[in-house]
Ligand binder design. Structure first.
Ligand SMILES: [Fe+2]
Length: 137
């Protein structure tokens, strides 16, 4: 599991979703990297990618709603970061739909997803938690 306690931002709804997102990403990576022949696992890889993509959109919406609820000052910037990442993933998928779902591109997408998620949850999302706490205090 790639989730770490230090990724927690202190808001249960968001933390639970982040944990779930890491879980789905782990599943995707496990399928992509498990050494089975690519043509035999392609359908499964596409399915896990689909689950992860669906969940990330659902999560972004909830996280953005939470930011609006607490009046998070960097909401607009954060929303753009989410939209930018979603567009990047959509572009990968669009390309693969055109050129075929190659193992290489799937690996690249998995690596990019992991890097982004760790950086984003480890930094940008932490500031949401800090702001929420500062309002409580
Ligand atoms: Fe976020």
């Amino acid at each position: 599991m790639m989730w770490k306690e230090r990724y927690r931002i202190g808001v249960d709804l968001i933390d639970d979703q982040h944990r779930e997102l890491f879980k789905r990403l782990s599943n995707f990576i496990r399928v992509v990297q498990n050494g089975e022949p690519w043509d035999e696992k392609l359908d499964e890889a596409k399915d896990t990618l689909g689950f992860m993509q669906e969940y990330v959109v659902y999560h972004f919406e909830d996280e953005e709603r939470y930011q609006r609820e607490i009046g998070y000052p960097d909401y607009e910037e954060h929303r753009k970061i989410h939209a930018g990442f979603k567009a990047e993933v959509d572009e990968y998928v669009r390309l693969m739909e055109e050129e075929g779902f190659s193992e290489e591109t799937m690996q690249e997408l998995a690596a990019r997803f992991m890097t982004w998620l760790i950086m984003h949850v480890g930094r940008a999302d932490q500031r949401i938690g800090e702001y929420a706490r500062s309002k409580e205090g």
